[in-house]
Design a protein around this ligand. Sequence first.
Ligand SMILES: Cc1cc2nc3c(=O)[nH]c(=O)nc-3n(C[C@H](O)[C@H](O)[C@H](O)COP(=O)(O)OP(=O)(O)OC[C@H]3O[C@@H](n4cnc5c(N)ncnc54)[C@H](O)[C@@H]3O)c2cc1C
Length: 599
Amino acid sequence: MQTHQYEALIVGAGGAGLMAALYASRGVKTAVISKLYPTRSHTGTAQGGIGAALGNLEEDRPEWHAFDTVKGGDYLADQDAALVLAEGAIEAVIELEHLGLPFDRTPEGRISQRRFGGHTSGFGGQPVRRACHAADRTGHMILQTLYQQCIKNEVTFFNEFHVVDLIRNGDTVVGVVAVNIDDGELHVFHSKAVLFATGGWGKVWEITSNAHSLTGDGNVITYRRGVPMQDMEFFQFHPTGIYKMGILITEGVRGEGGVLLNDRGERFMERYAPSIKDLASRDVISRAIYLEIQEGRGIKGQRYVHLDVTPETVNRYLAEAGESRRITGEDVEAKLPDILDFCRTYLGVDPVREPMPVQPTAHYGMGGIPTDLDGRAISDENRTPVPGLYAAGECACVSVHGANRLGTNSLTDLIVFGRLSGKHMVQYCQGVDFTPLPDNPAGEVEAELERIRKSSGSTKPYQLRAEMQHVMMDHVGVFRTAEGMQTALDTVRRLKEKYRTDLVIDDRGKRFNSDLLEAWELGCLLDIAEVTTVSALAREESRGAHSRDDFPQRDDEKWMVHTLAYPTPDGEVRLNHNKTVDLSLAEKDERFKPKERVY
Ligand SMILES: Cc1cc2nc3c(=O)[nH]c(=O)nc-3n(C[C@H](O)[C@H](O)[C@H](O)COP(=O)(O)OP(=O)(O)OC[C@H]3O[C@@H](n4cnc5c(N)ncnc54)[C@H](O)[C@@H]3O)c2cc1C
């Protein structure tokens, strides 16, 4: 078995991993391990933009950005983290510009900005232009820019290496085990510090905007080695996925003036969010769409509504609102080229002339590996760091997004906290020696992979996956009840049992065995589905993306706390609700105190 040694190891080559790698590599010997070729990471699909209060088109301030983040997160966001995000965002975007990112420009040559859901001026006033963007390909540009910078900085890349285990010696994290996808061989990576930046886990649900690879590996690998998962009950459904396919239609469409319409042609968000309408936060809009559908006002009675960005409709509403701005077909073509392309290709619908059919789609995990502001993973409610372990990006939970993330704040999170983590890794690695590897560090995971490879039951992984995705969509989605979630939990536990005892895969070989690795990923998805449902059942209130029919109110008395989920030795999930939410901004400023969210 080959063993490699690097001071800093980064697992994942999306925006968070590459930003951390760039900073770590400035001080210590750094390698990035990624199951995908780096520029295929999901960050590359991010369309709408990266939020930063640059104030290029109108007045904006970081405190307003922090306020929106806290309010959008339904007050579960740690407020110290929200401020670090909002203040760090400005420097982060300018840094990306200096690294070569080709942002869209205003006529004066400044970075162009557009509106996005939940981003306002003056502590919850009117929508503000805060999303910096490169057409509707912002994430793609971030990824290309950072990858080139990492190459320039001589970061070593292990591409198409699939990490399957974390190695600890006592408490200390000393490396990871990975499969080289090409030849199926296991490799041991020995390090002083490991950062997970493995992205999201939308594949737990049936309709999702997420790529095939988003199976929550990092969260489960660390969880199985005793690190908790935080706030997993909060999973965001984006309101506008393409009907039945889930492919994302960016909120940027509504930022440019697009509106949601029901079967009667009503702009129904006027009823649910009278002031900010189609730019309310995502949880609010997803619920509104569900209710419209439930009450029979889906288009032709079906399970979708229309998203309309045709100049005729947009200009009518702009005129009604007394705005002087008008848009043309050319504007839509220039600002949303990829969206038009998707709709024309996959739907045969031309959004310049007709509305798009949309439904809520599983999009973003607010929870994850709990970390402090330097990206250090923490193990308990006292915020005790796990020596040598870091996390950043979607797989981490700082927690800056609380119960619901605002659009454009994930890209900001990747850059701001990716950078802080990379910096801290340098400091940490320079202060410690390598801790030795334990004996046979790959033994356990090798046995598990061999079990899957040789399994001879009767159930194929895709059968288990489909049943899990279906039950999670029905019962642990936009609306939840105790009864439905219990059904989901019973099903997931039955599927886990089958996974252990009755699995079979077709490919027993070594080379590019995606059958084997996808079966391993399914094990991760099942663990995440279980932790999500157990966490959601316990939280008897509605907050942000967690909306319960049987507990419709937010309960600040009891539930201003984070959820920490731990594995028990007998394979159960143990919850701890003693980690309180940071309210440091509210202590100084009344406006940050939890109150009802009105849009
Ligand atoms: C369609 C879509 C559009 C979006 N648009 C926006 C937007 O406009 N603005 C915004 O702020 N946010 C947006 N988001 C959210 C945002 O893009 C993601 O949250 C963010 O890009 C995640 O970045 P990341 O660096 O954490 O992980 P990712 O970019 O998902 O990268 C994960 C990396 O981990 C690696 N990896 C995973 N598991 C393993 C393993 N076991 N072994 C080795 N490597 C592994 C993968 O190879 C990959 O390199 C969007 C998301 C989607 C799905």
